[in-house]
Design a protein around this ligand. Structure first.
Ligand SMILES: *[C@@H]1O[C@H](CO)[C@@H](O)[C@H](O)[C@H]1NC(C)=O
Ligand SMILES: *[C@@H]1O[C@H](CO)[C@@H](O)[C@H](O)[C@H]1NC(C)=O
Ligand SMILES: *[C@@H]1O[C@H](CO)[C@@H](O)[C@H](O)[C@H]1NC(C)=O
Ligand SMILES: *[C@@H]1O[C@H](CO)[C@@H](O)[C@H](O)[C@H]1NC(C)=O
Ligand SMILES: CC(=O)N[C@H]1CO[C@H](CO)[C@@H](O)[C@@H]1O
Length: 574
């Protein structure tokens, strides 16, 4: 078992930053080595090889190489002179001296039983039962989990090609002069391992040794060997997509997690700044409060002016807010109404702290509706200030932080362990919706909304009729059993009871789906899911409640979040 990612400490995190300056590619590399091709299983005795018309039992090494040729009998290669010549030469090297002296002419070899045998086997594979297929899938999954990942610095990374190719006959492109040569089996003794000194080094198979173990952090290969045909060096490397793609995403959420650690300090500071003697500092502090509390955008200088009249926090104008010393039962209420990014209306009424309210009144003094609310502030000033507060901090980090922490809290609040899977997924979507509302990710109801709701309702109605029929049948069966008390009627009762149960479950699923769709009418879940929610929270939730990940992430999303899915920690806390 590998060291758990969470155990990799802060030190290694700092290495990450140093590493770019000293030319090394990594500071820590741990993996379990390659997966070797399964060893050769001799053919059953009934599968015979004939030389010059006579049966001959081959030694296992010679037989193995013979099977490579036998498998290719139907292929054009096996008729080509160079291929046959190269094969025969290499095959003879694997033979015992007795075999060598007997087998001198490839044309006298009869591989047809072997060929038939492999054809039958491949037929059988196509006819495999579900159970057999499942077993194979499980075994592949086990290998993937054990060998398919490495830890490079503080990342768990997918390895591209951790399985070593099985031996066989070299084909090459076109009329390659080496075609037909034996591509040797790669053994542990051929493998150079590259990993870090302080990692758990991969173990060679029992009784075997690696050729060498190196610790070269200037390269990203995990293992290498020299293949025998061309003499070229082969490498086991990381899956190219995982690191480059995942790293930026991962970093974004790590930054948000760093904000979590220092947000209290920032809050204390901006509250102090509300009392500053300097107007520019007060404005900055109130803007920061909005960004923190309302997940407002800073306001993108580029977008403003050019496109529609959209604003962000720094570019709010007097006309965009209304102050109410008292509204309904609440004091110091601010009403926001403006067009935000992508011309989506932002409308919100929230009570604010008294000092914020007083400051806003001050900012509004002697101003016209079209004047800037924060006349001493612009986006670059605010962003610069954020940078000073915390490395990498932007308004977006506040959104990411608030969205992720809200999802985590909501999931905890809404999920009930005894719920069915559909009910749990409804809870998940509700938690996701809470975040989308927070981020103001609204949408117009889709055009097809009414129609698809109607379709769903029809299905529900049909299911309900089906259910009442099934219940009647169950009742009748029970009555029948009461009268006769025989085994047959008892069985019928059981069958009918199961049917009722099944239909009830189906009905529940449809009803949950309808609720979900209705609640989702005007909210776009995709944006927050893709951009603001630390996927590790969702992955951990799925793990914890045994929900298949496919239920919450579709294929594209699963690819984007592969880095988080691979890490899959049940007790991950944002
Ligand atoms: C090869 O052996 C099979 C029997 O296993 C036989 O039917 C076939 O005729 C043989 N082929 C040749 C070319 O001798
Ligand atoms: C996130 O935003 C909401 C809504 O504005 C706010 O009430 C809440 O305090 C924020 N949560 C955190 C942890 O910052
Ligand atoms: C923001 O304000 C600062 C200081 O007043 C000024 O130097 C800078 O040019 C302004 N930036 C923009 C984009 O308006
Ligand atoms: C997955 O969902 C997103 C919305 O979040 C959508 O844009 C995308 O097309 C979906 N992809 C697939 C393969 O269904
Ligand atoms: C797989 C492998 O061996 N990778 C590198 C390990 O380190 C040596 C140098 O020490 C490199 O030459 C290898 O390419």
């Amino acid at each position: 078992k590998m060291t758990k990612t969470t155990e990799i400490d802060e030190k290694k995190f700092r290495w990450e930053e140093e590493r770019s300056t000293d030319g090394s590619k990594w500071r820590f590399l741990e993996h379990n080595g390659p997966v070797f091709a399964p060893s050769y299983e001799p053919l059953p005795d009934k599968v015979k090889f004939f030389y010059d018309g006579k049966h001959m039992k081959l030694s296992p090494p010679a037989e193995e190489v013979a099977t490579f040729f036998a498998k290719m009998l139907d292929h054009e290669y096996s008729t080509k002179d160079i291929f046959r010549k190269n094969f025969f030469k290499d095959w003879r090297k694997e033979m015992t001296s007795e075999e060598k002296s007997k087998i001198t002419d490839l044309n006298k070899c009869n591989f047809s039983q072997m060929n038939d045998y492999f054809k039958a086997q491949s037929e059988a594979r196509k006819q495999m039962t579900k159970e057999e297929k499942r077993k194979i899938k499980e075994e592949n999954e086990r290998l993937l989990q054990e060998y398919g990942f490495c830890i490079m610095d503080n990342h768990k990374e997918r390895i591209g090609n951790f399985r070593i190719e099985p031996p066989g006959l070299f084909r090459g492109r076109g009329d390659h002069p080496k075609m037909g040569m034996l591509k040797r089996r790669i053994r542990p003794e051929d493998i150079i391992i590259n990993c870090s000194k302080d990692s758990k080094q991969p173990k060679p198979p029992p009784g075997k040794k690696w050729k060498e173990v190196r610790h070269d952090n200037k390269v990203t290969w995990l293992a290498s060997w020299t293949e025998n045909i061309q003499g070229s060096i082969k490498y086991i490397m990381l899956n190219p997509s995982s690191r480059i793609k995942g790293e930026k995403d991962w970093q974004k959420y790590e930054t948000a997690r760093r904000l979590k650690k220092c947000v209290d300090r920032l809050r204390t500071q901006y509250r102090d700044d509300w009392k500053s003697k300097e107007m520019r500092i007060r404005q900055r502090a109130v803007a920061l409060y909005f960004i923190d509390k309302l997940a407002l955008r800073a306001g993108n200088e580029k977008e403003e002016g050019e496109t529609a009249d959209t604003v962000g926090c720094c570019s709010l104008r007097v006309e965009h807010i209304q102050l109410y010393p008292k509204m309904d039962e609440q004091e110091f209420v601010v009403e926001f109404d403006f067009l935000g990014k992508d011309s989506i209306r932002y409308y919100n009424k929230i009570p604010v702290e008294k000092r914020v309210f007083k400051n806003l009144q001050l900012f509004l003094e002697n101003k016209q509706p079209e004047d800037d609310l924060f006349d001493r502030l612009n986006t670059s000033i605010l962003n610069k200030h954020l940078q000073e507060l915390m490395d990498g901090l932007t308004a977006k980090v506040f959104r990411t932080y608030n969205a992720s922490i809200t999802l985590q809290q909501q999931l905890k609040e809404l999920t009930t362990s005894d719920d069915s899977i559909p009910a749990k997924i409804l809870s998940y979507n509700r938690a996701n919706r809470a975040v989308a509302i927070l981020c103001n990710h609204q949408r117009a109801p889709p055009k097809t909304f009414e129609k698809s709701m109607q379709n769903l309702q029809t299905k529900i109605d049909e299911k309900q009729i089906q259910l009442s029929t099934a219940r009647k049948q169950l009742k009748a069966a029970k009555a029948d059993h009461k009268a006769s008390h025989d085994d047959k009627s008892k069985k019928t009762v059981e069958v009918k009871r199961k049917a009722v149960q099944r239909i009830e479950e189906q009905l529940m699923k449809l009803q949950v789906q309808a609720t979900d769709r209705e609640e989702n009418k005007q909210i776009a879940l995709g944006t927050s899911k893709l951009n603001y929610l630390d996927p590790r929270i969702s992955v951990a939730w799925c793990k914890k409640y045994a929900i298949p990940i496919e239920k919450i992430y579709n294929k594209t999303q699963r690819e984007k979040f592969a880095w988080a899915i691979d890490m899959a920690e049940k007790d991950y806390v944002f």
